[in-house]
Design a binder for this molecule. Structure first.
Ligand code: SF4
Length: 278
């Protein structure tokens, strides 16, 4: 990730505020509250990602890694990630079942990645201005990091490696903001005909590997900038409503604070600059 001294927007900020829960966004990023717990999703996803990074790094050097080696590496990384995650609360499975699942998933990943994958880079950072359809530049830039950048003929493809409990829906493919953010950034960097792909390790009984390629249009990019503009207005106004009953609530570490939210005086919004390193 680019270390930015400036305030900025990232995909995770935008997604959390607009799609997950404005109140969770405020608890975490503005009021800097520690969550009561963290679910296994964070260390598990991180362990898969760290293991895949090792594979990508080897490939960039023209070397290879076997499925067995990756499975052994996952075991080490998973143990470290769990040890380094305070207040971890397992909600689905336990250490051993997730170790087994992670090893199966990383094997499936290795077996599905072609030998001629043309890697341009991994963990590729970007920082670009947010420009609206009239050419006005928003105050904060857009910052992020692309998991994996690969070449397909004369096109670049931004690849995001994910684990998921189920296959992706058509509506997610059409409206998720992650492809929009990454393709917007690549377009600003001069790669206009790029596309985005999710490589998804699906945690079904028999682990599966799914790839979903999507593209976005100028219309989507203009809409993204307007969404960010309005998100900023809402944040500066200090209005953070809970997204009660959403699918994100069971894994949210702010449940107690959320339950009591309507009983307390409305907290003042933190200065916007505190978002800089959030
Ligand atoms: S429990 Fe649900 S509504 Fe409350 S802050 Fe968390 S995600 Fe938002």
């Amino acid at each position: 990730m680019i270390k930015s001294d400036r305030e900025h927007w990232s995909y995770s900020q935008i997604n959390q505020f607009l799609k997950i829960c404005p109140l969770q966004f405020a608890f975490q990023r503005l009021f800097r509250m520690q969550p009561e717990f963290v679910t296994e999703n964070m260390p598990f996803g991180s362990a898969i990602h760290r293991t895949a990074e090792y594979f990508w790094a080897k490939r960039v050097k023209g070397q290879d890694v076997t499925s067995d080696e990756l499975a052994a590496l996952f075991a080490d990384v998973w143990q470290r990630e769990v040890a380094d995650t305070p207040n971890l609360r397992f909600q689905r499975g336990d250490f051993d079942s997730l170790l087994s699942q992670g090893q199966q998933l990383i094997r499936v990943y290795r077996e599905n990645i072609p030998d001629d994958l043309d890697i341009v880079g991994f963990n590729v950072p970007f920082q670009v201005p947010l420009i609206d359809r009239q050419g006005e530049v928003l105050e904060k830039p857009l910052v992020g990091e692309i998991d994996l950048l690969v070449r397909h003929g004369d096109r670049l493809c931004a690849v995001e490696l994910k684990t998921a409990g189920q296959r992706y829906s058509e509506s997610k493919l059409a409206s998720d903001l992650q492809p929009t953010v990454y393709l917007y950034a690549l377009r600003i960097m001069g790669h206009e005909n790029s596309f985005f792909r999710w490589d998804v390790l699906v945690k079904t009984k028999t682990p599966a590997f799914e790839q979903y390629s999507v593209s976005r249009t100028e219309h989507d990019f203009h809409r993204l900038v307007e969404l960010v503009r309005y998100a900023e207005i809402m944040i500066n106004s200090g209005l953070f409503l809970p997204n009660d009953g959403s699918s994100f609530c069971p894994g949210c570490g702010y449940q107690t604070a959320c339950q009591n939210w309507h009983l307390s005086d409305s907290p003042e919004p933190a200065p916007a600059c505190q978002l800089a390193h959030a």
